[in-house]
Design a protein around this ligand. Sequence first.
Ligand SMILES: NC(=O)c1ccc[n+]([C@@H]2O[C@H](COP(=O)([O-])OP(=O)(O)OC[C@H]3O[C@@H](n4cnc5c(N)ncnc54)[C@H](O)[C@@H]3O)[C@@H](O)[C@H]2O)c1
Length: 96
Amino acid sequence: MKRILITGGAGFIGSHLSERLLEEGNDVICLDNFYTGSKDNIRHLIGNNRFELVRHDIINEYYIEVDEIYNLACPASPMQSYKNNENLGNRYNKYA
Ligand SMILES: NC(=O)c1ccc[n+]([C@@H]2O[C@H](COP(=O)([O-])OP(=O)(O)OC[C@H]3O[C@@H](n4cnc5c(N)ncnc54)[C@H](O)[C@@H]3O)[C@@H](O)[C@H]2O)c1
């Protein structure tokens, strides 16, 4: 049994991967800022005592001890990705 962090765990792939890894007997920490993901994707996993949900943006540091990390935290569609870059650009410009 491993302790596994999935960033973007509330997304399409992350939620299915969470299910699979739980079924295999692992502890899963699902970290997500819900930018494109949804609690609906993981609602059925909440309540499983081997599943933890953390609302966090990976742009900020996060410290945790785990055996494996799957990094799926990314706005997958080109339009969301473009919007995200625009937002980051604005944020950095603001503080530059
Ligand atoms: N879906 C596919 O068919 C497919 C195919 C190949 C590769 N991929 C890649 O797999 C990854 C996941 O794809 P998906 O379809 O599950 O996308 P998705 O949008 O459903 O999931 C991405 C998750 O990451 C979260 N997220 C985004 N930015 C974040 C941040 N800064 N901090 C924390 N969480 C953040 C979102 O809220 C969402 O839950 C992407 O990198 C995508 O390019 C997807």
